[in-house]
Design a binder for this molecule. Structure first.
Ligand SMILES: Nc1ncnc2c1ncn2[C@@H]1O[C@H](COP(=O)(O)OP(=O)(O)OP(=O)(O)O)[C@@H](O)[C@H]1O
Ligand SMILES: [Mg+2]
Length: 221
């Protein structure tokens, strides 16, 4: 599904040299894997995940996604890929408070041009899938942290992604809700979805089928 060759990211700074956040990563992720990315704060985990999810571009090196060399894609090709093939789950949920849970889940479908009624039916099914059928009309402000993140997962699934990316998805949750969200990701992986999750928590990382440990912009193990 993913192959990275000498992937590098240098953030531009005002000073002479930029900041090298990724210093040349080589790795592959197979379809169906559940990979956890761990490592100390600042080692480049989010930088890597953002590149894998087309939220950011590498400075050099190659990123092949399902056989396509994404490094050469234009911004609009990359945006389309982001919307249609990956789902992103964020630590801080990133839900829109003025929209209901249902409409938050519908949004990525509407961006892709899905019919309004169809999106409503599909979003309701996704909320049911994450155990929130009865909370569809709640605003995110009227949901618990664990519930918000389950809406976040439902939204990430809106366009039937091939790949789910999660950056510290349990970082703002207590341990009980963290375990529940983790179980949900495990279920989705068991049903065939490829999952890449960033976490500080070694106990959670152990639930993955593979752990990628990063240090100082490199893969350590
Ligand atoms: N926009 C930016 N401009 C300059 N430097 C940046 C930028 N974003 C991140 N960095 C630097 O790149 C390095 C990697 O950042 P990144 O956010 O990927 O770390 P992380 O491993 O996700 O850390 P954490 O566990 O704290 O979330 C850090 O040293 C950070 O200071
Ligand atoms: Mg981070």
């Amino acid at each position: 599904m993913i192959k990275c060759e000498n992937l590098q990211k240098v953030y531009p700074l005002k000073k002479l040299h930029g900041y090298p956040a990724l210093k040349g990563l080589d790795f592959s992720i197979e379809e169906g894997e559940f990979a956890a990315i761990t490592g100390p704060s600042g080692c480049g985990k989010s930088t890597l995940l953002n590149i894998l999810g087309f939220l950011d571009n590498p400075s050099s090196g190659h990123y092949l996604f399902r056989g396509r060399n994404v490094s050469t894609f234009s911004d609009s090709e990359r945006s389309h890929l982001r919307l249609s093939e990956v789902g992103f789950v964020f630590q801080s949920f990133n839900l829109l408070p003025r929209f209901s849970a249902l409409d938050n889940v519908r949004l990525p479908m509407l961006y892709l041009g899905t019919d309004s009624d169809e999106s409503r039916v599909k979003a309701a099914a996704l909320l049911e899938r994450v155990g929130l059928a009865d909370k569809a009309d709640h605003s995110p402000l009227e949901l618990s942290g664990g519930e918000r993140q389950r809406v976040g997962v439902a939204r990430a699934l809106a366009n039937d992604p091939k790949l789910l990316l999660a950056d510290e998805p349990t970082g703002n949750l207590d341990s009980k809700n963290g375990v529940e969200v983790m179980a949900l990701l495990k279920d989705l992986n068991a049903a065939g979805l490829t999952v890449i999750m960033v976490t500080h928590d070694m106990a959670l990382a152990k639930a993955a089928s593979r752990v990628i440990r990063m240090k100082d912009g490199l893969i350590e193990a």
